[in-house]
Design a binder for this molecule. Structure first.
Ligand code: ATP
Length: 253
């Protein structure tokens, strides 16, 4: 299979949409493993400031797509334009256990200002008093907040997240949703968040893509205010539509 190295983006001017510059653009992306097609001819564009949720059943190819966009997998067909170093967050926070929290946040940064910015970000995610703590002493939610600080300190054009809240309890997850929306509105990366949780998708997204057997089967703009979404009729309608698209009965969720 041909390997197409990702090339840096030149921030094309926006003509037809009010969103920011392009954060990632893919066209005709396909990926196969051992001759078995997993992704088929995917076109995708995400702009800075846009929050896109990728929804799909287990095995539909979500993580495969995210890994390609994260430049963790170069064995694909098609064209891809992504920033040099997108920030990536996974379900497990992947903090280095031998570094204190603040040193995890600044990892790889050499500028003098990094520690000050890390302290600021840790305060923003509510971890000001845990900066000197060791990762193993953090709760799951705290570890994910530290991972979010680490992802945002570089002010990425593109933030990729693979089920970042999958391992958290329901209450912590609600708090993380609010925090993530607030931080993304402030830092304005293009976001692609992978989940199989329909409610999470409808709560967070500006746009929802549904992946079905490696193809984008639905691409929906969510035109609802972020605050109070859950209590609108549109939320219920959209949820039902997505469950139908995913082939899930409402009671199964
Ligand atoms: N490295 C690999 N080698 C072979 N097959 C793979 C590899 N990575 C993924 N696959 C296969 O590709 C398909 C899609 O996997 P992927 O992890 O992208 O799905 P997903 O939509 O993220 O699923 P889930 O929601 O369960 O995490 C699966 O059938 C999986 O077995």
């Amino acid at each position: 299979m041909a390997v197409h190295p990702a090339v840096p983006l030149n921030d094309a001017p926006v003509t037809d949409r009010p969103a920011g510059p392009v954060a990632v653009r893919a066209s005709g992306l396909s990926r196969a493993f051992d001759g078995r097609g997993i992704l088929h001819d995917i076109d995708l564009e995400i702009r800075q400031g846009e929050f896109v949720v990728l929804l799909g059943r287990s095995g539909s190819g979500k993580s495969t797509l995210l890994r390609i966009l994260a430049r963790l997998d170069a064995e694909f067909d098609g064209e891809l334009r992504v920033p040099d170093r997108p920030s990536v967050a996974f379900q497990d926070s992947r903090l280095l256990p031998w570094n204190r929290v603040i040193d995890n946040v600044t990892l790889g940064l050499t500028d003098k200002d990094a520690k000050r910015r890390a302290a600021e970000l840790l305060a923003e995610v509510g971890l000001a008093d845990r900066a000197r703590a060791w990762p193993k002493t953090l709760s799951g939610g705290e570890a994910q907040r530290a991972a979010l600080a680490r992802a945002l300190i570089r002010e990425p054009e593109l933030l990729l997240m693979d089920e970042p809240f999958g391992a958290l309890d329901a209450l912590t997850r609600i708090r993380m949703h609010r925090l993530l929306r607030t931080l993304c509105e402030r830092y304005r990366p293009g976001v692609l968040l992978v989940t199989h949780d329909v409610d999470e998708a409808v709560l967070l997204a500006d746009r929802i893509l549904v992946l079905t057997d490696g193809r984008v089967s639905l691409d929906l703009t969510v035109d609802l205010p972020a605050a109070g979404r859950r209590h609108t009729q549109e939320f219920t309608d959209l949820r039902t539509r997505l469950l139908t698209e995913l082939g899930v009965e409402d009671d199964d969720q």
